[in-house]
Design a protein around this ligand. Sequence first.
Ligand code: ZN
Length: 358
Amino acid sequence: MAIPTPEAGRWPVFGHEWAIQRLKRALNSAGSNGRTARLSHAYLFLGPAQVGKTTLARAFAMALLCTHEGETPCHTCRSCRLFAQDSHPDFRFFQPMAKSDKELVVDRQKGELRGEQAEGLIRDVALKPMEGRRKVFLIQDMQNANATFANKILKTLEEPPAHAVLLLTARHRAEVLPTIVSRCQIMELRTLEHAEVAHALQAGWQASATDADLLARLSGGRLGWAVDQLHNPSRRDERKTHLEALWRLTSADRLERLAFANALATDRDNQARFSLLETWTSWWRDVLLTQSGSRDACSNVDCQEQIGQHARTIQRTAVFAYLGTLKRIEGYLRHTVNARLALDVLMLNLPSPGKRDQ
Ligand SMILES: [Zn+2]
């Protein structure tokens, strides 16, 4: 996600202020030899998908490489300019790649960090920096590292050369080998406040106030997700399609629901199923919030009339139970239980207006 160039003295990051302050202190503490007890040789950024882990890690890398060596990247030195152009020779970025050479499509969710990437990293870590006195290695999505990758980089994490700083990202601590976690400084990022996301969308990406409010609510505090939606009309159309299907299916009969489950099960794109579950979950959460008198906290503010209608005509217990079903089905789909069966359950359990006995 490209971040707009910030004003002088600021990191190119929105939110996560406590983390920035901590990293700035580490930068300040780095003495003339580049290493002190406080600047660690490895950091692990944890947090939900698209919350800003890579953005923060990149900003930190930029500051580490800036030849002015302050606590904020200067954005003017040769190093900062090379970094902004994605061509800094002392910055290396590793992302999950296709699992085999036969797969052409690289999908971050499905790909993995492979052994040969670790070998490249190890060779590169040993070489001296070309521009300044540091080299920074950013490894994204450690939860997708295969065992060979993880084991190969262990020794580097334990005893990296003095010029190297390794930045890792992952969703959950539990998804990373404990031996890797224990060798890193942990930076656990939290989701942003609604107002922070809304402000960032307007200030950084020129979103309208209405779009910014809606996307901030839907994002659950994940700015990267909101920016992605803002820039990809297809993603927003997808949400609309999911909501229209929900609205139609709540009044549909068994046959129509099963036909929909079948179509969804045969779709080869697993991501479409997860995006449907995410959208539907936010909808039913809103119905529940409206029933509890907390309409202001709703996410789908552009559909409040229909949400209100569901809130009036569907039993609260049914809504609550269905939210549980959505969560369960997501787990089933992640662990590749029979998708068709799981989706049948999802469709048949969908609450219907007016059925008070549910
Ligand atoms: Zn600079």
